[in-house]
Design a protein around this ligand. Structure first.
Ligand SMILES: [Zn+2]
Length: 172
């Protein structure tokens, strides 16, 4: 699909996202309320109290083919353990104690926040098409920072780093 065809589908995807978030709103908890001691050294209190997490048996993925988006079957068929939509992320229940996964999804929360929904979707979808899931720019950033977090060195300000990298990437 070319970028315009893709963009024309964004309202459908955002509608699906809103419905999915509404359906799970009662079970969404602020990340700040979880017992993850290290996250607060990396993210601001504003990010941690605005971000919500929902533990689920199966992480909800948008039905992209059904919404008319072609070329994303790999993504649709992944057995995802976490995914972020706007200010909320879903984690597979088996991983609800995994601080690194929460860190990774919080990086996506910051990206959604800084880019806004349309821009996030455009960059994410173009990245998937061009580079595949793991090397798409927004995932590469999340995995790289997650690996640094996993090494357990000195904390770093994630919001500032993500803002700088997005600025270099797309000029926010
Ligand atoms: Zn990710």
């Amino acid at each position: 699909m070319n970028p315009e065809e893709l963009r024309a589908k964004f309202p459908l995807i955002l509608h699906w996202i809103q419905q999915t978030l509404s359906a799970h709103a009662a079970r969404a908890r602020p990340v700040a309320s979880l017992n993850f001691p290290r996250l607060r050294s990396y993210f601001t209190p504003a990010t941690l109290s605005a971000a919500r997490v929902v533990a689920v048996d199966t992480v909800p993925l948008p039905p992209l083919t059904a919404l008319g988006l072609t070329g994303f079957t790999d993504f649709e068929n992944t057995d995802a353990i976490g995914i972020t939509y706007l200010d909320t992320f879903f984690v597979q229940a088996d991983y609800q104690d995994d601080e690194s996964l929460h860190f990774h999804e919080l990086v996506h929360i910051v990206q959604w926040n800084l880019l806004g929904p349309e821009r996030f979707l455009a960059i994410y979808a173009e990245g998937l098409e061009q580079f595949g899931y793991r090397d798409s720019p927004l995932e590469e950033m999340a995995y790289r920072l997650e690996a640094l977090f996993g090494k357990g060195g000195a904390p770093f300000p994630v919001e500032q780093i993500v803002a700088r990298e997005l600025n270099e990437l797309v000029g926010i």
